[in-house]
Design a protein around this ligand. Structure first.
Ligand code: LCS
Length: 396
């Protein structure tokens, strides 16, 4: 139950939009406009001065995008949200807003490859330093805190290793030092995990994934307090300019209506596939947070509703064996991205995390035989029979 007094599924469908304000249109209209006219020059002056409410220009705000932001803020149990043209636009706007030269970030030992790349860039070009931390204990985090540490950045589950970070523990340490906790919640969506309710400060999503859910949009979201979001909106969002288009906001609004139903089905399917993978002789390790054998299962029980739709596993053999396995698949597409209706499979060491140097990749736990599977919404039996025939071919 969120602040509206309604449950998640109901909020996902109804919140943030009143049909009566739009001629009864059931779907949110797409305000496909770059700018908004003023009645008078004085009105334009008042809007720019912030003395009068109203739209000005779609890089600053747009009604379709606003409807999306309202809905996501409510689903994440935050005060306000901002929509971006990609997940990376959201990550960069948040991190650049929180930091200045000589500041320091502590980051989970394992993040999406481009987030890793952004941290490198911030260090090399802007002198914003970072350390990676396994975050398995309070002591590990405390040992890295410096007077200049302003932010702890966490992905959980971590892409693609599926390791989990205990958010309650991170928040406890961060609060002692007045450090902001930023969580990339992409793998869970707000349906499975709500970091703000645990005390984290900002949640980020690549909305390209489960929030959109249909593989047809690139988008990002940040959620937090009104004050923090207003600061980002008027600086790193407005002036760097990675805003979401009205049509893409509409696609996300459409996707969110079925988020809860889709997530449950992704989880149902993933649970079945995990069971089968664990029994196959060619599969060495299976990483799925909802699996009682997962090393972080106790963290899973604390902070996640279900295990999600992503599974990682290692097959016995080399990089070439992993690639041969992928090439034998017939139904499942070889593609990066995740959270779509279609089951997608990729090889992190040569794809999503190819930009991460080999040594850092190994430290994150990304071996050359690691494979990441985004379980889609097809019948799980068909997903499994494709995986099984490909594994069997590789074994032969
Ligand atoms: N955060 C996480 C955890 C991600 O997985 C991604 C993209 C991003 C942020 C960036 O979002 P984007 O700008 O692409 O919307 N992850 C991808 C992946 O694993 N495969 O392809 C993209």
């Amino acid at each position: 139950m969120n602040h509206t007094g309604k449950r998640f599924e109901t909020t996902a469908i109804h919140h943030g939009y009143d049909t009566k304000e739009h001629l009864g249109s059931l779907a949110v209209p797409i305000f496909q406009t770059s700018t908004f006219t003023f009645d008078t020059a004085e009105q334009g002056e008042a809007r720019f001065a912030g003395q009068e409410e109203g739209y000005i220009y779609s890089r600053l705000a747009n009604p379709t995008v606003r409807a999306l932001e309202e809905k996501i803020a409510c689903l994440e149990e935050g005060e306000a949200a901002l929509a971006f043209s990609s997940g990376m636009a959201a990550v960069s706007a948040v991190l650049l807003s929180l930091t200045k030269a000589n500041d320091h970030i502590i980051c989970s030992q394992g993040v999406y490859g481009c987030t890793f790349g952004l941290l490198q860039l911030m260090k090399e070009k802007y002198r914003i330093d970072h350390d990676f931390c396994a975050m398995e204990s309070e002591e590990q985090i405390r040992a890295l805190i410096r007077p200049e540490t302003v932010c702890i950045y966490v992905e959980t589950p971590i892409n693609p290793t599926m390791k989990l970070i205990d958010l309650e523990m991170v928040v406890k340490v961060a609060k002692e030092h007045g450090i902001a906790v930023v969580v990339d919640n992409t793998f869970c969506s707000p349906y499975l995990q709500r970091p703000l309710s645990i005390g984290c400060d900002i949640v980020i999503h690549s909305a390209t994934k489960y929030i959109g859910g249909h593989g047809d949009v690139i988008a990002g979201i940040a959620v937090g307090t009104k004050e923090r979001m207003a600061e980002i909106a008027k600086t790193t969002q407005k002036d760097i300019g990675g805003v979401l288009s009205p049509f893409d906001a509409w696609l996300l609004l459409r996707g969110i209506k079925t988020l809860a139903v889709r997530m449950d089905r992704h989880c149902d399917n993933a649970e079945k596939i995990v069971e089968k993978l664990k029994k196959h002789p060619l599969v060495e390790n299976v990483y799925y947070p909802g699996d009682p054998d997962h090393r972080d299962f106790s963290i899973y029980r604390k902070q996640m509703k279900r295990g999600g739709g992503l599974i990682s596993f290692e097959i016995k053999g080399t990089k070439e064996d992993a690639q041969r396995f992928l090439n034998c698949l017939q139904l499942i597409h070889i593609a990066v991205s995740l959270g779509d209706t279609e089951t997608l499979i990729q090889h992190p060491a040569t794809m999503t995390h190819a930009v991460v140097p080999e040594e850092a990749r190994k430290q994150m736990g990304i071996s050359d035989s690691l494979i990441r599977l985004s379980v889609g919404l097809e019948a799980w039996e068909d997903i499994w029979s494709d995986l099984e025939q490909a594994l069997d071919q590789c074994q032969a």
